[in-house]
Design a protein around this ligand. Structure first.
Ligand code: UDP
Ligand code: MG
Length: 139
């Protein structure tokens, strides 16, 4: 079934490298509507919880450190088929494998510092959106 909402974060490297505006523009130009958005910084506890599914992976510690190293932009996005279309817009996890025209191809530094997060399922999109936003912050 086509889905209509996904969740994203513009990660610390994207903000640090001055790509916030360009990435938001690509997202809007691709037809996503911003339903909620905030400029914030994750605490270590929040980053650990958000990436809990990767807790046993060797990169988990580094990932938590990186995701808490500076501010991020968190957002809920709406569009037909949002989860799949947004994963297509951001491209592969590793920018070396990301297609031309994708956000990660254009802006990611590396497989770890890869500019942007996109939910991988409807279920996770809802969980991740609720993790960051209260009902009165979603428009
Ligand atoms: N990551 C990493 N090394 C890896 C795989 C992933 O540092 O070998 C980081 C990277 O920032 C990635 C995040 O962990 O975006 C979550 O990994 P996942 O496999 O869920 O990739 P994504 O869904 O973000 O493409
Ligand atoms: Mg993932």
């Amino acid at each position: 079934m086509a889905t209509n909402r996904t969740f994203t974060m513009l990660k610390p490297d994207a903000i640090e490298n001055g790509h916030m505006g360009k990435i938001l523009d690509m997202i809007i130009q691709a037809g996503f509507q911003i339903k909620a958005m905030k400029y914030t910084r994750l605490t270590v506890d929040q980053a650990k919880k958000f990436y809990e599914v990767h807790a046993e992976r060797p990169f988990y510690g580094e990932l938590v450190e990186y995701m808490t190293s500076g501010p991020i932009v968190a957002a809920i996005l709406e569009k037909d088929n949002a989860v799949a279309d947004f994963r297509a817009l951001i491209g592969s996890t590793d920018p070396a494998e990301a297609a031309e025209g994708t956000i990660r191809k254009a802006f990611a530094e590396s497989k770890g510092r890869n500019a942007v997060h996109g939910s991988d399922s409807d279920e996770n999109a809802a969980i991740e959106g609720e993790f960051h936003f209260g009902a009165n912050e979603i428009f």
